[in-house]
Design a protein around this ligand. Structure first.
Ligand SMILES: Cc1ncc(COP(=O)(O)O)c(C=O)c1O
Length: 394
């Protein structure tokens, strides 16, 4: 059969396949354990930490969407990252970007420095000569996050994968910010994709979950073994909700991207905005690469407020439709202050290196009516303008 389109894969996952009662939507299997057909005989399922029918439908859909051999569905995005790291030994070198998600950065640095789980090199992939930053080391695994969190920097996946091949290194891409609908790293040469499915894939901010998808069956089998061994796999209810969210992923992304383009256009023109970070902008340094390797520019953007950080509290309090909260990718719009929220686990020096300032603000744009979103930003920025004017009068 020809390759199916993303929307079809997402909608049809497990539909009209129920072997028990021909239910159209797949049922949820909450059972933790399964009866053996007979003594010493294995059935299709035995224990839900190892395998679960509901989780398997989600895994098959995500593996097909990413073009991988298999997906392991985990209970958080962090456990998806932890699972991928099981492929490393203390003798191996992991290379990570200097500007990744704060929680991932905390995991990598603490496993490396406190547990000696692997050697770690932090590089800036924005520099064309990033290989020179390895100082002669031979990496076993290269970790990419593109677009990066929170500055939406773009890394050329295919070009890094070519260099990685020379080292015999595995390339892992955290595809959380785009989802397989907008970017498919395995097709660009990567070996493994990780997701926080908490974000766009589920899309309704009502579960925490993750996924690891491997291109090669042998790598997938090893990851599946570790997932079961460490107990990182997701529960049936979360898998069911994620599957339900997944069905509308392409539609949601279409609406979210259209709203984001309008929000970015508004911010770029606003006098209280010093700089907007969005790969869809022609002057974004990663614009051309993003255009080539992505099927859209995504629904995340960040900006620098041109006002003292002391006025941030007023700005956030004035907003009605951008909720001040961690996370991203849901149908509702969220606003976040990376320095004190998502990236608080990076120390001040690491934040500075990653370009995270105290006036940097990150938006996850939802599917509300766009005119309401623009009006909300306009009135909250007017509050900041009034506070600045009052300070000037003092
Ligand atoms: C890019 C990225 N990767 C991984 C994670 C971790 O995912 P979770 O919060 O589901 O554990 C996050 C969470 O924000 C993220 O933004």
């Amino acid at each position: 059969m020809t390759k199916r389109h993303s929307a079809t894969i997402a909608v049809r996952a497990g539909i009209a396949e129920d072997p028990a009662f021909a239910a159209v939507t797949p049922p949820i299997y909450l059972s933790s354990t399964y009866q053996l057909p007979a003594f010493r005989q294995a059935g299709a399922y035995d224990y839900s930490r190892s395998n679960n029918p509901t989780r398997d439908i989600l895994g098959e859909a995500l593996a097909e969407l990413e073009g991988g051999a298999k997906a392991i569905i985990t209970n958080t995005g962090m456990s998806a990252c932890l699972l991928a790291l099981q492929l490393l030994t203390p003798a191996d070198t992991l290379v990570i970007p200097h500007d990744c998600y704060g929680g991932s950065y905390r995991l990598f640095t603490n496993l490396a420095y406190k547990k000696q789980a692997f050697k770690l090199i932090i590089v800036n992939f924005q520099q064309a000569d990033w290989v020179s930053q390895l100082q002669g080391a031979t990496p076993r695994m290269i970790w990419l996050e593109t677009p990066s969190n929170p500055l939406l920097q773009i890394t050329d996946i295919a070009s890094v994968c070519q260099r990685a091949q020379q080292f015999g290194a595995l390339v892992v891409v955290d595809n959380t910010f785009l989802s397989p609908v907008l970017q498919q790293p395995l097709a660009l040469g990567a070996d493994i994709v990780v997701h926080s499915t908490t974000k766009f894939i589920n899309g309704h901010s009502d579960i925490i979950g993750g996924a690891v998808i491997a291109k090669q069956q042998s790598v997938a089998d090893e990851l599946k073994w570790w997932g079961n061994c460490l107990g990182l796999t997701a529960g049936a209810l979360d898998s069911y909700l994620t599957l339900r969210g997944l069905r509308t992923l392409p539609l949601r992304l279409k609406a979210q991207q259209a709203n984001t383009a309008a929000v970015v256009d508004f911010l770029v023109k606003h006098p209280l905005v010093a700089r907007v970070y969005y790969p869809g902008l022609a002057d974004h340094p990663g614009h051309q690469v993003a255009k080539a390797q992505q099927a859209g520019f995504g629904a995340m953007c960040s900006f620098e407020l041109k006002a003292p950080a002391a006025l941030l509290a007023d700005f956030f309090a004035a907003l009605r439709y951008f909720t001040l909260a961690q996370s991203l990718g849901g149908t509702e719009s969220l606003i976040c202050h990376p320095a004190s929220m998502t990236h608080a686990s990076m120390d001040a020096a690491a934040q500075k290196t990653a370009g995270i300032t105290d006036t940097l603000i990150r938006l996850s744009v939802g599917i509300e009516e766009v005119s309401d979103l623009l009006a909300d930003l306009a009135q909250a920025l007017a509050v900041v303008a009034a506070a600045l004017a009052a300070q000037g009068d003092e």
